[in-house]
Design a protein around this ligand. Structure first.
Ligand code: GLC
Length: 442
């Protein structure tokens, strides 16, 4: 056989094997049930916490300031969050109405916030604190009945086996690597994923981030570069109900169970990360900051108001997506007061309006000038975010009743055959965050 034919056959064989691996994912029944539970949760809290918090400049300090990887690692020697109390965190978060917590188990700086035999560079072995932060959080979550998800960075700015390098972390002074390092790095990831999924009970999701570090290479090479098939099947084998999400800003790969959007509602691209991201049919999640930062930034007091955050949650639900709202705890282990105040305000609102958010899907009206809608079967919740006297709606079905929520007082409506429906609104009291109308369809 001619050499080029052999080459062609080999190429075709490789292509067909890899495309088979890509298309062969069938979520298990446990996984499908977990997706449903996830979608019904609608609201989670994101936590970015690590030794970077000590620098008070967000989680990207190492990259932004080109900090030397050995000098940076010395931060661990001083990490002693004397006021860390996992139960306090979980109680405050649960009271906000959030149904799950996603915490950075290891961020781009490469420091593990959990007990890890795969690397001594972890919170138990490398800090005077010596406590398994993730373990304590897992226990508190179990006690309070709130789900726990793990953020896990694919990329690493400190390890020497992260070689060849991606587009970030080039100024941290690491020596160049050699052949075979990448496989070593991938094995390390598998070992840590195994730890995360065997040490802490049931985990709701693994939330990957950092794949974009290699975005100079084409999309279809990414699963092989990052070993996604092996990682995703490892996760699903260890915990079939654990959802896989990846904040790669592109269309989901096979093996992913949820689709993530960074700082934008699904289908929008104001923040600029979602240009290449069509909305898929997977459960959706938008992550957003309370101020402007993920990790603790001592200068960033630019918090969105509680009212705006509630409206953002409503708009996210109106897209049929979850909101993952971030907090960056301080190096002493406390949650900033600004964050606590907002958690409490959102919680007070959710106590009353939770029915219109949890377990809903995007409403049949889509987004309108006046606001958005959510829906549960025959019940449509109209969330009027911009004051209006009358709502004009194209509905697929006849209205049975329309009432103000939560008061239940009946609202006047008109719906003629082949014409839009009109619902007449009472004046909303001053300071109304979201005027809700509950419509029951025939
Ligand atoms: C971006 C940032 C990362 C942050 C994440 C949260 O990917 O690189 O630091 O953790 O967004 O969505």
């Amino acid at each position: 056989m001619k050499a080029y034919k052999i080459l062609l056959i080999t190429v075709l064989a490789v292509v067909s094997v890899s495309s088979k691996a890509q298309s062969s994912y069938t979520p298990s029944p446990e996984n499908l049930a977990a997706r449903e539970a996830f979608s019904s949760d609608r609201f989670g809290i994101f936590i970015h916490w690590g030794i970077y918090s000590m620098l008070g400049q967000g989680e990207w300090a190492m990259q932004l300031q080109n900090l030397n990887y050995k000098e940076y690692a010395r931060l661990a020697d001083g990490f002693y969050p004397s006021r860390f109390d996992a139960r306090e965190w979980v109680r405050a978060i649960k009271a906000s109405g959030a149904r799950y917590i996603t915490i950075t188990s290891r961020h781009h700086d490469g420091f593990s916030m959990f007990r890890s035999a795969a690397s001594p560079y972890n919170v138990v072995d490398a800090t005077p604190f010596g406590r398994d932060v993730i373990g304590e959080l897992a226990e508190a979550c179990r006690e309070e009945g709130i789900r726990l998800h793990f953020y896990y960075s694919h990329l690493d700015w400190g390890r020497t086996d992260y070689w060849p390098r991606g587009r970030t972390g080039r100024g941290t002074g690491r020596p160049d690597g050699t052949d075979g390092d990448w496989r070593h790095y991938l094995d390390f990831i598998n070992a840590q994923l195994t730890e995360l999924l065997t040490q802490y009970g049931p985990i709701g999701a693994i939330w990957f981030d950092g794949l974009w570090d290699m975005d100079a290479r084409p999309r279809d090479e990414q699963p092989a570069i990052w070993n996604l098939d092996e990682q995703y099947s490892l996760i699903h084998r260890l915990q079939p109900g654990c959802l896989v999400g990846n904040n790669h800003h592109i269309a989901p790969f096979a093996g992913e169970d949820i689709q993530i959007f960074e700082r934008d509602l699904p289908g929008e691209n104001e923040a600029g990360y979602s240009a290449g991201q069509e909305v898929s049919r997977l459960p959706l999640e938008t992550c957003q900051t309370m101020n402007r930062s993920w990790g603790y930034d001592i200068k960033d007091k630019d918090y969105k108001s509680a009212e705006d955050l509630i409206r953002y949650l409503v708009r996210t639900a109106g897209k049929g997506a979850n909101l993952l709202l971030n907090i960056g705890p301080r190096p002493d282990g406390t949650l900033p007061e600004e964050a606590l105040e907002r958690l409490a305000a959102i919680g007070a609102w959710m106590d009353v309006y939770g029915e219109t958010i949890y377990g809903t899907e995007a409403g049949c009206t889509g987004a309108r000038e006046w606001g958005v809608s959510t829906q549960k079967g025959d019940v449509l919740y109209l969330h009027v975010l911009n004051p209006a006297d009358v709502l004009t709606l194209d509905l697929p079905r006849k209205i049975k009743s329309a009432e103000a929520f939560p008061s239940g007082s009946a609202l006047r409506f008109d719906q003629k055959r082949n014409a839009p429906a009109y619902i007449y609104l009472p004046q909303a009291p001053e300071g109304t965050v979201d005027q809700v109308v509950k419509v029951t369809l025939k």
